[in-house]
Design a protein around this ligand. Structure first.
Ligand code: ARG
Length: 530
């Protein structure tokens, strides 16, 4: 302990002497089995087996397994998902949904009041692109109401190619977007339909991923507030006009200024986010706002937060951008399909499902084919999510096509399998779990691992880093494996030992399940294997 040295200094004594004095006091504590002084003045303490065992009983009897709630509960608005209307969700949207949902659950578990908002991209140039493409093909927008999401996406794809090649098409799209934003009733009616169709499709996607949003607001909802913010900025003398655009300069002149209103009069992406902050403060009473968005947008968020603070739009609100790295292919570049296209989220999920099905039997006694399908889905989504969450958020990762769905290694299915195995032990056991006693090294190691849970979840919450939980979860499953190999449960003839081991096993099962839940992953009751 470091403070022996500080104490020694102020008492003008030898650190080792101070350490010995403290150690002799500590020795009286029955919870410590060994106290020793090492080196120049370090005190090593060893917790007694009894103390550790009692601790396990306390954790097992607590519905939160000893995890403390936050001392400072507050209202958090979480902005993640961020899908764009009329564009299919692709692999780039995966991390925002997966990390966002995990952080949402971690914050809720910590005791915060969390509101999640999907923040749809529903007001940008892609709207004008779709409409100009429809007009080009149909003559007008009268048929728009009959188009489903596949048809709408097809228009968008064509428009995208056209606008890349043809500057005038791009200009037309910009004009239509501006008119839509200014309230043109024909465009607005078409927009409502396109938005609704997209929301229906996007909701299905997020349902499969079990990503949950309380609010389905979008950029369009901030339109009116954008106008108010521009007015405020002018009144406060914070904005200036530069080459026809209304801008705000930042304290650090090396950062580009924020464009509130573009020279064509349109509201930009930055203004939308600034106005949305105002709404989240005024309407939702947000005390903290967390964004889970690609780290390539870091500068955007720095700019947005600074201007929101400058304007005093959300006093005392804490802003946090969780910037994540990209999902990459084997070549280290953003993940693509075999033909070089962007990988759709739906295709990615199907790929994972096919992989998992290779390891599952097609039929099994006591299981209907629906049971097996459900199991395959839980494993496939678990595999995708765990592969994502096992990586540090800020770093990108390579989507491992071969190993991510294996039942061994650092994978979701490995953890799910550990849970299923304990479920089966608990089902088969004839005695009930009871008082923990520590009788060997493996039991002790396991108990010490279990005792780390509170620190692990608190750290994951403080750092907004779900990988802290995935790492611990994997370690816990491994330590459990060693424990189980060394400490038989069923074949143990000493009833007290076997009841104690059963309690430890059940506790591990419950903690693994809790941790998977916090990562947004379901645990099947049982797992079949081919
Ligand atoms: N729709 C945006 C995009 O595709 C992401 C939105 C992120 N959230 C936000 N509040 N800006 O880039």
């Amino acid at each position: 302990m470091q403070w022996c040295f500080a104490l020694a200094k102020s008492a003008k004594k030898n650190p080792r002497e101070i350490a010995s004095q403290i150690a002799s006091e500590l020795e009286k504590d029955a919870d410590l089995s060994k106290v020793s002084v090492d080196g120049p003045g370090f005190i090593n303490i060893t917790l007694s087996d009894d103390f550790i065992a009692q601790n396990m009983d306390v954790i097992a009897n607590d519905e939160r397994f000893g995890v403390a709630k936050t001392a400072n509960p507050h209202k958090i608005v979480m902005d993640f998902g961020g899908p764009n209307v009329a564009k299919a969700l692709h692999v780039g949207h995966l991390r925002s949904a997966v990390i966002g949902e995990a952080v949402r659950r971690i914050e809720l578990f910590a005791g915060h009041d969390v509101i999640s908002d999907v923040h749809l991209g529903d007001w940008g140039t892609q709207m004008g692109m779709i409409f100009s493409e429809i007009i080009l093909q149909d003559g007008d927008l009268s048929k728009t109401q009959t188009y489903n999401i596949e048809e709408i996406s097809a228009f968008y794809k064509k428009a995208n190619i056209r606008c890349k090649e043809d500057e005038s098409a791009k200009e037309k799209a910009r004009q239509i977007t501006a008119e839509l934003q200014n309230g043109n009733p024909e465009y607005y009616k078409a927009w409502q339909h396109v938005r609704q169709e997209s929301v229906n499709a996007i909701k299905q996607n997020y349902q499969v991923l079990d990503a949950n949003f309380d609010l389905w607001l979008g950029e369009s909802d901030a339109h009116q507030t954008c106008g108010e913010v521009v007015k405020l900025a002018k009144e406060q003398g914070i904005s200036e006009v530069d080459a026809g655009a209304t801008i705000v300069r930042l304290a650090d002149e090396s950062k580009p200024p924020v464009i509130l209103v573009k020279s064509d009069g349109g509201f930009g992406y930055q203004l939308t986010d600034i106005a949305t902050i105002k709404m989240r403060y005024d309407d939702l009473q947000a005390q903290e706002i967390i964004y889970v968005v690609d780290k390539r947008q870091s500068l955007h968020f720095e700019q947005v937060f600074e201007v929101a603070e400058k304007l005093g739009l959300a006093p005392n609100v804490k802003f946090k951008h969780i910037g994540f790295g990209t999902v990459n292919g084997a070549d280290g570049k953003p993940f693509k399909t075999r033909d070089g296209g962007v990988m759709n989220l739906e295709d990615l999920i199907k790929l994972s499902l096919d992989k998992v099905k290779e390891s599952l039997p097609e039929t099994a006694e006591g299981y209907s084919s629906e049971d097996i399908t459900k199991m395959a889905e839980q494993i496939a989504i678990g595999a995708i999510k765990f592969q994502d969450l096992k990586n540090n958020t800020a770093s990108g990762y390579i989507f491992e096509l071969d190993d991510f769905a294996k039942f061994e290694g650092k994978t979701g299915p490995y953890i799910q399998y550990a849970i299923a195995r304990i479920n089966s032990i608990l089902r088969k056991s004839e005695i009930s779990p009871d008082k923990v006693i520590i009788t060997n090294k493996e039991e002790r190691d396991l108990a010490l691992k279990i005792a780390q849970l509170n620190a692990v979840i608190s750290r994951a919450e403080a750092e907004k880093e779900p990988s802290v939980i995935s790492e611990y979860t994997y370690n816990l499953a491994q330590v459990f494996s060693s424990f189980y190999n060394a400490s038989p449960i069923m074949s143990e003839t000493d009833k007290a030992k076997s009841a104690s081991r059963l309690r430890l096993a059940k506790l591990v099962r419950d903690i693994l399940k809790l941790n998977l839940y916090l990562m947004g992953i379901e645990a099947p009751e049982a797992m079949l294997k081919k």
